[in-house]
Ligand binder design. Sequence first.
Ligand SMILES: [Zn+2]
Length: 490
Amino acid sequence: MAPEMLERAIAAGTAPTMARLVEEGRYVPGAVAAFPSVTPVCAASIVTGRAQDAHRIPAMNWFHRGEHRYIEYGSSFRAVQRFGIARQLIDTVYNMNRAHLAADTPTVFESLDDAGVRTAGTTYLMYRGRHRHEPQRDSALTRVAAALIRHPVMGPRELFYADIFASRATGCRSGLGMPGVRDRHSGCVSAYMVEHDLFDFLLLSLPDNDWYSHKKGPDAQVESIAQADLQLARVAVAAGGLDAFLAEHAVIVMADHSQAPVSETIALQDALAELGVLGPARPARGTRGADAEAEPRIAVCPSQRAAMVYALEESERDAMRASVTAIARGIAGVDLIAWLERDAHERPREGVILSPRAGELRFAPGGGTLDDRGVAWSIAGDLAVLDATIAGGRLRSPSYPDALARVWAALECPTSGEVLLSAAPGYEFLDWGRQAHVGGGSHGSLHACDSLGALIMNGLALPDPEPELWAIRDVAPLIRGHFGLGDPDA
Ligand SMILES: [Zn+2]
């Protein structure tokens, strides 16, 4: 949800519920997303309050070094077809929460479940909690999906996840979780839970705005935000109106990221083909991948307006990084290239961000310069890489908000690739189904244009002083604090 589009919907009078929440609460027009600013990474940051160096969900598409295969969470239907629909379903429904999301990084559901708070969630990528849920037996799932979705999951106390998991019969249908009807399903089950007093904490997900904006462009969000507002109103009506609802509940309305218009694509798989790219259909190690022109030596993972490249052999990591960087800096639309340099003991030494137009910036945690969020860094090189300035010991980089911490978390994340790429405004990396959102909108980059989402907080005790720049990872601590719980890492 782009702040500007929320503001337009409010001005047009089509988002009256959010208008009141903004009016009576604290509205932050630009809370900064994770990098890559794609849904799996951001959703994990929202529910854990941590970046991917802790939660370990690195992207929409990534390479699993241990299993020597790509993980595809659903970039597009065609991309999913390339990797296998069954694979994607299992990875997204089960493995993302059970295997990929770090076990030792608790979600808000787990923290609140442990404290006896009644938790609830509608369909959301991240649902890990302490309550066991069996898949629906009588659901509208296709026979293929029903054969795959046989195992229970651990979720919040009440869990309504597409037509797959439903902790009770509500009469609400998700239409197989198809775009355009998902918000209505979330609104329907949430209204039911309000009527029956089933939760203390509810994560209510409204994903259709993102889908609509991908398809029709960020300006069209004004329409889908109005639809989302209708569902929030429906939940409030179930409590007897917004006044009654707000007397009982604190409310946070937030975006996981924003979106920017897309007019051009980058075919990174093609551009790096000479290095030997592992294709999605590759059956086993040692055989040639279907998309590879040479023996595969790298994995290429497009995630909308970001991408990662992995060296398949660890011994080739440094050489591959140099080769990939040399090619990538000449690709139109590649805005930033980032990697981690290590010391003789393989410990992270410094991050490097290279801009083909502006040079190179090197940075490491701890030093004399404070960023937008008061974190200290040592910085050397070309500040123009981030359109940044340093004055009075403070780094300002409004074009790339919270840049150093976001890039550092991505580089330190053990499941990330060796090279990270961020696309220039207007560009998107083609996914493995060769799809992009040309003529529509997308997100994923480090740039402010898709990194800053709307955040509204109503009825919560806010930190004093507030962060100068809010981040989506600030929300989980607020929720824990609201229920009297501290930081699980403290
Ligand atoms: Zn999206």
